[in-house]
Design a protein around this ligand. Structure first.
Ligand code: HC1
Ligand code: SF4
Length: 562
């Protein structure tokens, strides 16, 4: 706690972890490449340098604020220093900006513009690297890497995976998986958080927009969309709407203008999931386990368990994810329609998540060689398509999703934020469905931002122990505690990404506060929803008691085996 003097301004500080944070608080947009407030400080890019009274230059991310400290952030020496760093970076950087995936959202491009770098005096001596397209979700282009290490720290510190690292030395230094392997040959879970952190085009989401357009322009295809819960509260951000504003109706209108035949809501699938998962859980209670039962909707989490903790596979719910349940029902229900009108249903899921691209390509979800979900487009990709269409999204008049599968409850909508799946299942399994009980669940501690939350809820004569965890590194800690017998839970919700799907790597870039605003938007949608509990979704109950009776196991469940 104290006072600092930054560029002559008196700036109080209180608890900021470094001088950089105080500078930003003072309203100065200090440039950085390797600083990511949610991760450890690396201090390598040196863009955030400041000069003290004696002319000493240091990186502000690595300085602790001291009372009475006097610094300047924009002296002639500092500006020259920053330009030099940028020029050196650009000298060994592939500069095909106009066709780069990150064109318009690249930090190197932005800072080169801001600092007026117009010429690069140094010769590029770096070797040319092969582009790694082996992952179903992300693409790695080492030619665009600036060695900031953000991806390495995200993968290690947030996800506990440690897939990426620095390799080789000197001018050959690169970031890559161990032993120069391709991403597809590692245990990478396709969470995409490395791509979300990458400031340049070195790691990007696998772009499948072309496939989307081809389907939309093909008269023989009936293009049917589903929209994930978390997408609705983030898609508007790219068009000037505040994070958290529910823009699903505008998105439906935009998709129709782009040529969609039908637009549905993944929340329908999430209601199905709640019904099936609650039944499975009650069945396990009767049979005595295995406990804990883990949720299965996050594909990156499932992949992690398969690859690294396969002995826990029996604990994962056999429910398909809402996206895959939806797709299975859709393809089943539309088979006749397709035969009748000679078109094929092409199903596109708009997801906040890169791992969903991997999930859709899993063999478990292919039938007769065809995937149930033909294409997963991330929120970012759909934003690009809307922009390409020239649609003025913010001004659109909204339209509701179509019936019958455009209908989901409040419980299903909150799936998109950490704690939402557990809360939705809890609403289903508690016997007393009064408003008071629903509120008791809401305030039990199941909501919030703490990385591991444990709650106890009474069901019958049993006190259920439920845990909610987000950020895979935290799930790994919880697994260790469960394994060692230190912790016991009946039900555990795991979401790989911090804050849950609202913080998925397919969403527009945003820090934790933005993700929390999105979560608030989902809770708001739940508060204003006419129907709050999945068992009250009339389309779901009609299907379960009618067309799908006796076929739920085949359509809605999956067993992940090693
Ligand atoms: Fe999710 Fe899910 S909530 S996994 O986070 O269970 O991606 O939004 O669609 O499938 O419903 C993602 C979000 C999403 C599934 C649902
Ligand atoms: Fe690591 Fe996730 Fe990136 Fe894979 S996708 S390298 S697991 S951060």
């Amino acid at each position: 706690k104290g006072i600092m003097y930054i560029d002559g301004q008196r700036v109080p500080f209180d608890g900021e972890k470094n001088v950089l944070a105080v500078i930003r608080k003072a309203g100065i947009d200090m440039p950085t490449f390797c600083y990511y407030s949610e991760l450890s400080v690396y201090g390598a890019c040196r863009m955030c340098v400041v000069e003290d009274e004696r002319g000493k230059i240091d990186a502000s991310c690595s300085m602790e604020p001291r009372d009475g400290m006097v610094i300047r952030t924009n002296t002639a020496r500092l500006l020259k220093h920053r330009r030099m760093i940028l020029e050196l970076m650009l000298s060994s950087h592939c500069r095909d900006c106009t066709t780069c995936e990150k064109n318009g959202s690249c930090r190197l491009q932005e800072l080169a513009l801001r600092f007026g770098v117009r010429h690069v005096r140094f010769k590029d001596t770096r070797p040319h690297y092969e582009i790694d397209t082996s992952s179903p979700a992300i693409v790695r282009d080492p030619n665009k890497c600036i060695l900031c290490g953000d991806c390495i720290r995200v993968c290690e510190e947030m996800q506990g995976m440690g897939i990426l690292n620095f390799a080789h030395r000197g001018s050959d230094l690169v970031v890559c998986p161990a032993f120069d392997r391709k991403l597809g040959e590692t245990n990478c879970i396709s969470c995409g958080q490395c791509a979300a952190a990458c400031p340049t085009g070195a790691i990007t989401i696998f772009n499948e927009i072309g496939r989307g357009w081809r389907a939309l322009h093909d008269p023989k295809k009936r293009v049917v969309f589903q929209i994930a819960p978390a997408v609705r509260v983030a898609v508007g951000e790219a068009f000037g709407l505040e994070p958290g504003v529910n823009a699903i109706n505008k998105l439906v209108s935009a998709l129709k203008m782009m040529g969609a035949d039908e637009v549905y809501d993944t929340t329908f699938g999430a209601d199905l999931t709640v019904m099936e998962e609650a039944d499975e859980f009650l069945e396990r209670l009767k049979k005595g386990g295995p406990f804990p039962m883990f949720t299965s909707c996050c594909p990156a989490w499932v992949k992690y368990v398969e690859e690294e903790r396969p002995h826990f596979l029996k604990n994962i719910s056999t429910c398909k994810s809402p996206m895959e349940m939806f797709a299975a029902v859709l393809k089943d229900q539309y088979a006749r329609k397709d035969e009748e009108d000679g078109r094929t249903t092409y199903h596109i899921a708009i997801m906040p998540c890169t791992a969903k691209k991997m999930e859709a390509k899993r063999p478990e979800f292919q039938h007769d060689g065809k995937p149930d979900v033909d294409l997963v487009l991330t929120t970012q990709e759909i934003i690009m398509m809307i922009k390409e269409s020239g649609i003025r999204f913010a001004e659109l008049e909204g339209e509701s999703p179509d019936l019958p599968f455009g209908m989901g409850t409040g419980a299903a909508t909150i799936f998109g934020t950490t704690g939402g799946v557990a809360e939705a299942v809890a609403r289903r399994v508690v016997e007393d469905k009064s408003k008071n009980t629903l509120q008791a669940i809401q305030f039990s501690g199941i909501r919030g931002s703490e990385t591991i939350r444990a709650v106890t809820l009474p069901v019958g004569d049993r006190a259920l122990r439920i845990a909610v965890v987000h950020g895979l590194v935290n799930a790994q800690k919880l697994l260790d505690d469960i394994e060692s017998g230190q912790e016991y839970f009946d039900l555990v919700e795991v979401m790989t990404c911090k804050t849950g799907c609202v913080g998925g790597a397919g969403q527009p870039y945003g820090l934790i506060p933005v993700k929390q605003q999105r979560a608030e938007g989902l809770y708001e949608a739940d508060r204003t929803a006419l129907i709050k509990r999945s068992e009250r979704n009339p389309i779901v109950t009609k299907l379960l008691e009618g067309a799908m009776k006796g076929r739920t196991h085949q359509l809605l469940h999956v067993e992940y085996k090693r």
